[in-house]
Write a protein that binds this ligand. Structure first.
Ligand code: COA
Length: 295
């Protein structure tokens, strides 16, 4: 993604981490002119991501980033465009209070780190950039992908998670978030808490209303836990039959967990955890076996 200004002047690192301040390193601090360019870049990325996901409006923009406690990781290629650099893509994450169902269908309150938006420029997709960005974020947050929640992931993101992190088995939810097997095992990291069974409706806050809610044009029915037909203790296994809660775009097709795609020729970053190690090792070994003619 090219811009009519020097990307390398704005972003000194290959991956910049930005928050409410919209400052991307020392250079842009106290420089309104550079911050205006940074805002232009974020707005443009947000628009491109919304288009790629067929959302009615962007869920990422400079003004949204300024008003929310999210973090945006931006990846550039500093060598392209005659040394001025191009923007490759971004990943936006943030903590959300969510009501989730565990494997037994018990409602659990959790505040995991969520993937809120993720985009790599069309012409650069499937080259390993998404993995580079995602791995960087995992290291920065010191987190495993299985401990995160994914806000209405697109089929491409589901395929990405299956391929790189072996995340294929999701735990059915009644909201638009996807979590995977293993999420509920580490209670300390994701701060899980069983929701008390007899809590009066009025005390339960609509925690997970979020930016995708802002682009919501349709389906104005009451979200869980307010909808009368859903008691907090009821287990619901129709994962994507509702778009009840909590702030996802209604315009994107319901997510489906895709099977792991076959190993491609993408650049693999060094894996971080034993789990990811095993996943990637399995992939490599099956690739080697098929190359050797084993089946
Ligand atoms: N169709 C299906 N799967 C795709 C895909 C596509 N067009 N593009 C990427 N993927 C998945 C596949 O699993 C792919 O592996 P494969 O090529 O062996 O099938 C893997 O991602 C490639 O990994 P990587 O190159 O690191 O990913 P990326 O740089 O393409 O970034 C996304 C992944 C999802 C960020 C990128 O595809 C994208 O921006 N998509 C459009 C926006 C989007 O859907 N964002 C998710 C928001 S919920």
């Amino acid at each position: 993604m090219e811009f009519p200004f020097d990307i390398n002047q704005l972003f000194s690192e290959r991956i910049s981490v930005m928050d409410q301040t919209l400052i991307a390193g020392r250079k842009s601090a106290g420089r309104p002119d550079l911050q205006a360019h940074i805002a232009t870049v974020i707005d443009e990325l947000g628009r491109a991501s919304a288009k790629a996901q067929q959302l009615t409006a962007p869920i990422t923009s400079a003004s949204k980033l300024q008003s929310q406690r999210h973090q945006l990781y931006l990846l550039k290629d500093g060598e392209s465009s005659g040394g001025r650099g191009v923007v490759v893509g971004f990943l936006k994450v943030g903590y959300k209070k969510l009501f989730l169902l565990d494997r037994q269908g018990v409602h659990i309150e959790a505040e995991p780190l969520c993937v809120l938006d993720f985009y790599i420029a069309e012409n650069l997709q499937r080259n390993g950039y998404g993995l580079e960005l995602f791995d960087f974020m995992l290291q920065h947050k010191n987190l495993e992908p299985v401990l995160m929640a994914y806000d209405r992931p697109s089929p491409k993101l589901l395929s990405f998670l299956a391929k790189h992190y072996c995340l294929t088995q999701s735990v059915p939810q009644v909201n638009n978030f996807v979590v995977f097997e293993g999420f509920f095992l580490n209670r300390t990291v994701v701060q899980l808490r069983k929701v008390p069974p007899k809590k009066p409706d009025g005390e339960i806050k609509p925690y997970s209303l979020m930016e995708r809610e802002a682009v919501r044009q349709e389906q104005r029915s009451l979200p869980w836990p307010f909808a009368p037909s859903h008691s907090p203790q009821r287990s619901v296994y129709s994962q994507y039959s509702h778009s009840l809660s909590v702030g996802s775009s209604p315009t994107r097709a319901p997510p489906r967990v895709a099977p792991p795609s076959s190993p491609g020729g993408n650049r693999d970053q060094s894996p971080r955890s034993p789990l990811v190690d095993r996943c990637r090792a399995r992939r490599t070994s099956s690739l080697n076996r098929s190359q050797l003619g084993f089946h």
